[in-house]
Design a protein around this ligand. Sequence first.
Ligand code: TEU
Length: 561
Amino acid sequence: MERKWWQDKVCYQIWPKSFQDSNGDGVGDIPGIIARLDHLKGLGVDILWLSPVYKSPLADQGYDIADYRGIDPRFGTLEDMDRLLAETKRRGMYVIMDLVANHCSDEHPWFRKALSDPEGPYGRYFYFRKGENGAPPTNWRGYFGGSVWSPVPGRKDLYYLHLFCEKQPDLNWQNPAVRREVMEMVNWWLDRGVAGFRIDAIVNIGKPERWESFAPDRPDGLADCRKMLADPVARRRLHTYLGQLRDEAFAPHDAFTVGEVFDTDPAELSLFIGRGGFFSSMFDFSAACWGKSPKGWYAAKKPGPDDYRDCAFASARQAAGIGFLSNIIENHDEPRGVSHYLPEEAASDPRAQKALAAVQMLLPGLPFLYQGQEIGMTNTVFPSIDGVDDVNTRGEYAAALAAGLSPAEALARVAPMSRDNARTPVQWTDGHAAGFTAGTPWLPVNPNYTRVNVQAQDGVAGSVLEFYKQLISLRKNDKYKEALVWGGFAPVHQEQPGLAAFVRDGGGRRLLVASNLSGGEQRLELPGAAGAVLLCSDGAPALAHGVLTLAPWQAAVVELA
Ligand code: TEU
């Protein structure tokens, strides 16, 4: 595999609205991020992915962009952004931005001009279609529920397409002018000093030639819009556009790019992340998708630790020899990893949180932490649906009601999946608003902040935060890098319930990573003679006669002879 500058890095996602507020308005901002760079440097992370900070009405929290070259005043100014780039550079860190170009905001000047003249040049930046007999052009349901079509105000029977919410009109990538706008914008940021992009919802940019309705798949009479993504023409178009992005923007800058790619066929992996692929990396969503139901969140099954292990291991094997997947246990769209993958009684247990961390951080691929993960932040509580900000959660709640659930049941079922779980403010201290803001936070702080916060863990032996630091420094240690970054991967005793174990080997070293993801003891025969114990999450593991015994929720890294 070709060696690249980003492969031995550790990445960290910042969701700016909830990271750190610097001016007391209750909303996180770029100066707040700058103020916390030393925390991130101390943790050992290198590449910071900033969820959108562009000018936006925030209908989907910035994933609805009204100006691709401007910073939203709530987050700061372009000068703040330049300062962030300089301050990270000074610390040997990198910033990647979120490239949200499947759609823009309905408040973007392009869409405003398009609405006033749908047949004009800006009309061709979007998808306008005529309905039939008073009904929208197709019966596609958008990602957040409801039709993907909204009527154009003042125009009889004319609609525009939005796969996400109605304030996120899809950009027409078939139009070369749109592609040129995107290439120029991407190059503008790369020239300014950003190291690359996380690429949002990108599989949606290739649209089929013929737009047809599908058989309805829910009581609303609509059909999941994702069905059209499998269309061969849509797929071919996607590949063409991604090739153009790579050739005209990413490759000339040696940018680091990570795609938000769902549902890839393993056969396509090398096209996406192999040598000369579209992206540097793409997220492994296999565990995140486990248990999801076509009916909606209310019908989702909760995965357990073994499901997480099996998904992660399968992905690691698929990507072996091809490229680097990006490994996550959570992000701004998902529940908190510890709440989602650990059994309920263990979600807040620092031992269990560390055991899960050891697996994620030492798998092959690129580790991505999400803000707050490093201190074991958990899902929050939802007293009522009125307190939910997220457009996605509201749509899923409506789907649950439509399926006949009572309001209380619907809330109880969608709450564990809500995107607001990961969007509560980062818990820095046990003081006012967890040290996130001097004012009133835009979304309530998770009530557990008095116990779970950075201040309580920083420099405290045995804390989740200190363990993450150890995992990261082990991964970066020159002695073990060949094994942990570029080395091989072989699962060990994968059939053993509650155990996630694997060997990483490279540079003449073999390391066993063994994590007890259960509340009982785990014993495993070592796949080689035991050498030094390089790391242990709690105490020391018991090693005798070629058998490793792990206490409940204990994780260890052992060098093998
Ligand atoms: O997400 C794309 C996407 O597919 C999500 O809708 C996902 O299915 C859902 O959030 C699962 O909970 C990206 C962004 O990550 C998300 O925050 C945006 O809302 C979306 O694109 C639109 O830009």
